[in-house]
Design a protein. Structure first.
Length: 485
């Protein structure tokens, strides 16, 4: 019989053979990686144990940070019975073994840094949850510091200043704080035996270390970290990385619940140890609050766990640094809905039957230079397409043959920061598909395929500039599986 060093006894009514609950709050983030998955597992763990075993153990082992909520008179007032948690990720490697560092292709770094923040809003009935991601480079007003990137709040003032910054930005009162670290992320994914992720195209990028094929892959260790940390080579950088992290979080929730991994007592003890060694919370997050929250959220449906990113206006330069400018009217509306607990769609509302409209074109043809390559065996196809595009006021660069003459579909290739320009080009060529290519510079390349039939006029309906960030993606839920399509 195995020993029980913690003296924990699971009450009969909470026997893990019973119904597995569903998750609630979550988070992730990191300067070099995202800790979203750690919080995911915390949530799943709370739910799957009915809360009792988790909170008893957590109450003894969790680290509490005193004095996080300051200047009470200046803080937003509480709104109703909804709750808001601020989850921040730390990239500290403290506690990681040399073997774990080697497996994750990283090294020990002293100190704590943060790059991404999630505000988790639990509805008043606690039957719905919103996870709102803030880009690490969001250009915001930090109290006592001024306009800076959001991650500056943590690096200069730690959790307390981060809380103050989010409250000043959103006017949403933060009820509790939760922080998780690198070691917890790594161990949690390993304990699950990996997590299934999906990519529309193969990814291989040196800085993150990602090397995964298109389609579904089960990742852990180095590739799990690479999947959630990659931003170079993605059209919108950190914005796309946030969506990647949200995909990982949803996949971890599905794996933890549908496979009932946490029903095994041996694995449950392992999760408890990992979580309690990795988590830090505010001193007000008591045993009773955790217990009550666990019981209320144990049956939360993943369809009602919604992921969103703070609405983004565009990418810009401030003080020589790249920053993310938020869409102020859209964020103001969103924050108001969170404060009034009206952010969740009406459950009785009928879903829209019309397909989503394509993104508005923001870059005029006259601002775009295009190289045209013939990807077929038909002579003169590239010249014909170039002349047609020139007639639509596109600038034309090189006209030549492609590497192959067997392209079935026309491709519009673009490099980092050129997605909006490429969308205008693709809209002008019926049947063309967008293909990101990391090595391309400012020029957009059209590879004419066998399906080319000519061009059509395009209409730029929104102002913008090459390299500006496209609108933030629509909300997703924890039940969404990109590989299921």
């Amino acid at each position: 019989m195995s020993s029980n060093p913690h003296g924990l006894v699971l009450p009969p009514e909470l026997n893990p053979r019973g119904k597995v609950g569903r998750p609630h709050l979550v988070r992730r983030v990191a300067r070099i990686l995202s800790w979203t998955a750690v919080v995911t597992s915390v949530v799943v763990l709370v739910a799957s144990t009915g809360g009792f075993l988790f909170v008893r153990y957590l109450d003894r082992n969790i680290t509490r940070i005193p004095g996080l909520f300051r200047n009470e008179k200046e803080r937003p007032t509480a709104a109703g019975s909804s709750q808001n948690f601020l989850l921040v990720g730390s990239d500290t490697r403290e506690g990681a073994t040399p073997e774990e560092l080697a497996k994750s292709a990283t090294t020990f770094e002293p100190g704590r840094r943060s790059d991404t923040v999630i505000l988790i809003h639990l509805s008043a009935k606690q039957d719905k949850a919103l996870l709102l991601s803030f880009p690490r480079d969001a250009y915001v007003d930090i109290p006592g510091v001024g306009k800076r990137k959001l991650n500056t709040a943590f690096s200069q003032g730690g959790p307390a200043l981060t809380i103050s910054t989010i409250e000043a930005l959103t006017q949403v009162r933060v009820d509790h704080y939760l922080e998780v670290n690198f070691t917890g992320f790594f161990r949690m994914v390993e304990a699950l035996g990996g997590v299934d992720v999906c990519l529309p195209k193969a990814q291989k990028e040196r800085l993150s270390g990602i090397d995964l094929p298109a389609g579904r892959s089960r990742v852990q260790g180095e590739q799990a970290l690479a999947f959630v940390r990659q931003r170079h080579g993605l059209p919108r950088g950190d914005i796309d990385r946030i969506e990647r992290q949200q995909q990982f979080l949803g996949a971890m929730l599905r794996r933890s619940t549908s496979k009932r991994i946490l029903l095994r007592p041996d694995r449950l003890r392992g999760f408890l140890q990992v979580v309690t060694d990795s988590i830090q919370v505010d001193e007000k997050l008591s045993f009773n609050i955790l217990k009550d929250l666990a019981f209320r959220l144990k049956d939360l449906d993943p369809q009602k766990v919604q992921f969103m990113t703070v609405p983004v206006d565009k990418l810009a330069k401030r003080g020589g640094a790249s920053v993310v400018l938020l869409d102020e009217p859209a964020t103001a509306e969103l924050f108001t809905k969170i404060r009034t607990d009206t952010v969740f769609p009406d459950a009785d509302a009928k879903p829209a039957t019309k397909p989503s409209a394509p993104p508005a074109l923001t870059v005029a043809p006259s601002s775009i230079r295009v190289d045209v390559l013939n990807g077929t065996s038909t002579k003169g196809f590239a010249g014909e397409a170039a002349d047609a595009l020139r007639g639509l006021r596109f600038g034309i660069g090189q006209v030549a043959n492609a590497d192959l003459s067997t392209y079935d579909a026309t491709e519009v290739r673009y490099g980092p920061g050129r997605l909006e320009a490429a969308r205008t080009v693709a809209a002008a060529i019926p049947g063309a598909k967008l293909v990101p290519v990391d090595s391309l510079g400012r020029t957009v390349v059209v590879v004419v395929g066998a399906n080319y039939t000519g061009v059509q006029p395009v209409k730029v309906t929104a102002t913008g500039r090459p390299g500006s960030a496209p609108p933030t993606a629509a909300p997703k839920t924890a039940a969404d599986d990109p590989c299921a399509a």
